[in-house]
Design a protein around this ligand. Sequence first.
Ligand SMILES: NC(=O)c1ccc[n+]([C@@H]2O[C@H](COP(=O)([O-])OP(=O)(O)OC[C@H]3O[C@@H](n4cnc5c(N)ncnc54)[C@H](OP(=O)(O)O)[C@@H]3O)[C@@H](O)[C@H]2O)c1
Length: 273
Amino acid sequence: MSSPLPQSLVLLGAGKMGGAMLEGWLRIGMNPAGISLIDPKPSDEMVALAGEKGMRLNPDPHSLGPVEVLVLATKPQTLDTAAPAVQAFISPQTLLISILAGKTLGDLSARLPNATAMIRAMPNLPASVQRGATAAAAGKGVSAAQRAMADALLSSIGKVEWLEDERLIDAVTAVSGSGPAYVFHLVECLAAAGAAAGLPADIAERLARATIEGAGEMLFQSPLSPATLRQNVTSPGGTTAAALEVLMADDGLKPLMQKAVAAAKRRAGELSG
Ligand SMILES: NC(=O)c1ccc[n+]([C@@H]2O[C@H](COP(=O)([O-])OP(=O)(O)OC[C@H]3O[C@@H](n4cnc5c(N)ncnc54)[C@H](OP(=O)(O)O)[C@@H]3O)[C@@H](O)[C@H]2O)c1
């Protein structure tokens, strides 16, 4: 089977998320000679990486052949100013993949009218450790081969879910986009509860942190559902069951999480509206 990786790719915006994706593409075997980076002020590390791997940095668009994939990873507010320069990289064969938060496929085609195939994706922060969760929605002009290519590129930074309806992206933002912060806060809450239960604060924090790290790793490695993993560590009448009775009460964690996710989804809608 031929590799679904593109022969030529332009990354616009080599910042935190662009840099994480770039690392992923190199790891899965993309030819660096086929990668061009566009960034007005690349970091010293990025300049060094481009030189070391033989990637092109800020090339003239006319010096490149047809670009197979163009990835937009600048801040969303730069779309308007960047659009004229971006157009120069787009040909009828180009697949555009945008990770700009809040920018819809409609926004993108209004600013980049020569783009015919577009995918909107929402990765999250753990992409920087190759354990991201990305949801993506494809516009009408995307072929099956282009979608497979986008899937390979996005899978290089973690798991990928495809959405049939782009409007679900606000809910994705509220679950996986903002989700890492909820988990960090869970560590803070568990540590504070440990301190309230009598542990020295630093020990409580280290234990809480290691617990979430370990539970996350088990989720990563295990094929079992979270509910089964939970049941497996809960003996009837035991200590875990006593705590879960509180957490799983009608006014426990579930309704609180629903409220939090609904607030994030509402805000995502306001910010993209
Ligand atoms: N970080 C996340 O967790 C996350 C999650 C989901 C989606 N996203 C999306 O990913 C995008 C990038 O976020 P980030 O956190 O990676 O931001 P970032 O670190 O600021 O990266 C953006 C990069 O683009 C560069 N840039 C600015 N204007 C440009 C232009 N006209 N042409 C080319 N490059 C340009 C910036 O340079 P300067 O620094 O010099 O301005 C910077 O290097 C955003 O649209 C965000 O919504 C991020």
